[in-house]
Design a protein around this ligand. Structure first.
Ligand SMILES: C[S@@+](CC[C@H](N)C(=O)[O-])C[C@H]1O[C@@H](n2cnc3c(N)ncnc32)[C@H](O)[C@@H]1O
Length: 271
């Protein structure tokens, strides 16, 4: 069954504002894989669960035509309102029922999204719409994230981990696929030629307000916000305060470096 955790307009707005594009090392893992596997040029890429389009726009710089799809109208509306690129378009549709002809797509991607899909149905769709030798790349960042700033990196990371663990009580069970670093997603991929790449570490500069916004965009934070808005809002305020006190600074625009560990499962359909 499809989940509807990203439908709220405010959630889509916080996505557009605080989610970042696929970081460079992750991009390079995907692009190198595709280059290695593909003989024919990639004409059509479908970015499933594209949210507000951060990943879709990155793909547009590399491929002829990119279509972002998402089950949430609010997310697609946010994606359409962002920079429009001539080779990008968007569709509201479930990942389990993609509006593409059999054997018509060269590359399917999903960034931090595949764990929300009904996996067996989605895998069937992947198999159906991919061309022979078409590729699929499903990635997510893991829970193993660290924050870096001068000599207080360890303490900042501890605070972040504490908040993550607290919010995890409100996580949907599908987040366990992320915790297991997509092992099950890998097993379910219906192609022989496949690999799972872990330890893709990207270092992302972020302001403290950006880190707070990133936490705010988590589905588990949004779930907490729905059941207890006051506690959720106060948690974010207190967390920001703790970060700033730890760093000994006043401005929430102070930059830190967030080290994100991504995992990516990649596969290539047979002839
Ligand atoms: C965590 S967001 C990731 C968005 C974007 N790919 C990114 O990297 O920022 C997950 C997205 O998957 C979408 N989603 C969840 N279930 C879906 C489904 N069954 N079919 C299509 N999209 C879905 C949500 O609406 C949401 O926009």
């Amino acid at each position: 069954m499809a989940v509807h955790l990203f439908e709220a307009r405010d959630h889509a707005v916080s996505y557009q504002k605080y989610r970042f594009s696929p970081p460079e090392k992750l991009q390079s893992v995907i692009f190198s894989y595709v280059e290695e596997k593909r003989v024919d040029p990639i004409r059509l890429v479908v970015d499933v669960g594209c949210g507000s389009g951060q990943s879709t726009r990155v793909l547009a710089a590399h491929f002829e035509k990119v279509i972002g799809t998402d089950i949430s109208e609010a997310q697609i509306e946010a994606a359409r309102q962002a920079a429009s690129l001539p080779n990008v378009s968007y569709h509201v549709c479930p990942a389990e029922d993609l509006p593409f002809e059999d054997g018509s797509v060269d590359l399917i991607t999903a960034f931090t999204a595949a764990h929300w899909f009904d996996m067996p149905k989605f895998m069937k769709e992947v198999d159906r719409v991919l061309k022979p030798h078409g590729c699929v790349a499903l990635s997510t960042y893991s829970a193993d994230l660290s924050m870096h700033y001068k000599d207080c990196s360890e303490r900042l990371t501890e605070i972040f981990t504490e908040i993550w663990n607290l919010l995890f009580e409100h996580a949907d069970e599908r987040v366990n696929l992320v915790i297991a670093e997509y092992k099950e997603v890998f097993e379910l991929l219906p192609f022989q030629d496949k690999q799972r790449v872990t330890q893709i570490i990207d270092k992302i500069p972020m302001s403290i307000s950006g880190v707070i916004g990133f936490i705010q965009s988590f589905s588990m934070y949004q779930a907490f916000l729905r059941i207890n808005p006051e506690a959720a809002t106060s948690l974010l305020q207190k967390t920001e305060q703790r970060f700033l006190e730890t760093m000994g600074v006043c401005s929430n625009e102070t930059q830190v470096e967030v080290w994100l560990k991504n995992v990516c499962v990649l596969a290539c359909k047979g002839p």
